[in-house]
Design a protein around this ligand. Structure first.
Ligand SMILES: C[S@@+](CC[C@H](N)C(=O)[O-])C[C@H]1O[C@@H](n2cnc3c(N)ncnc32)[C@H](O)[C@@H]1O
Length: 265
């Protein structure tokens, strides 16, 4: 382990994802883990790319809906087209608070964002949503009396307990004023065999996150009850308002990612 708390021998979800996206910010242990993911889930790279494209479309849609503040939790390693790049292109006054608990993500994000006054980077854990929301940097950067978009993209499947996920989403949604939004993308196992699901759990069991759990549309529908689900509802991310970056929608039997966006009333 080095001084920043990074142990290169322990793979991390952020760096596995970076490798799947073709990034360079990963160690041998991450690459090995990512290759094992691809052996079990051959479309994992396509899903990772589709998730980034979903992020861009969601952010553009939210800027068009008048949102200028984003809380991106589980922001990941900055690749191209991060939330602030997409949002500030459409609305230069957009403000983004990036949150992650992976030290490598935080180092990269701080370097990338040093000259962007519209962004901040916060080290916090989604499992303590109240502390995250009350973090002094989050509070000074975002004005919760105005609409805020909370982005929970490809993060909740690292929380193994279903009740815990429901509690986290509820607590993060509680302070949101009308016109705020919550966007979620979440892995689902399709008809992956129990053996492969077990392999995935075992693999992510050895990462910093310690778990990965696929969930269904029905599970997801329960999290944002009380909010207004935007069209087209809870769908494979490739089918959420596709644009020019249209990617084929995977067979529902294959593992993939569902996405949804809801608006606070
Ligand atoms: C697969 S990446 C997703 C990145 C980005 N949100 C996207 O959709 O492209 C998941 C990110 O969630 C972060 N993460 C996982 N568990 C977390 C936790 N308990 N608190 C904060 N961040 C977490 C990881 O470090 C990683 O950067």
């Amino acid at each position: 382990m080095d001084l920043t708390g990074v142990d290169p021998r322990v793979p991390s979800a952020a760096r596995i994802y970076d490798y799947l996206l073709g990034g360079k910010d990963n160690f041998a242990a991450d690459r090995e883990a990512a290759e094992a993911v691809v052996r079990s889930v051959p479309n994992a790279r396509q899903s990772a790319r589709a998730n980034r494209a979903f992020l861009s479309r969601v952010v553009r849609a939210l800027v068009n809906a008048g949102v200028r503040q984003f809380l991106d939790i589980g922001a990941g390693l900055p690749t191209q087209e991060n939330v602030h790049q997409v949002a500030q292109r459409a609305a230069p006054d957009s403000r983004v608070a990036y949150v992650d608990n992976d030290p490598v993500v935080l180092v990269h994000a701080r370097a990338l964002l040093a000259n962007n006054s519209g962004t901040v980077v916060v080290s916090a854990d989604i499992r303590d949503p109240v502390a995250l929301l009350n973090h002094s940097t989050v509070q000074s950067h975002l004005d919760f009396t105005q609409p805020v978009a909370v982005l929970l993209l490809a993060i909740l499947h690292f929380i193994p307990d279903d009740k815990e996920v429901a509690r986290i989403v509820a607590e993060l949604s509680r302070p949101l004023v009308s016109g705020s939004h919550v966007a979620i993308s979440h892995g689902h196992p399709g008809e992956l065999t129990a053996d492969l699901v077990g392999k995935g759990r075992e693999l992510y069991g050895r990462t910093r996150q310690g778990a990965v759990v696929g969930r269904t549309r029905e599970d997801m529908a329960a999290w944002l009850e009380g909010m207004e689900l935007l069209d087209p509802g809870i769908v494979p991310i490739q089918a959420w308002r596709p644009e020019d970056d249209f990617e084929p929608i995977p067979d529902p039997a294959e593992p993939g990612v569902f996405g949804m966006v809801a608006r606070a009333r």
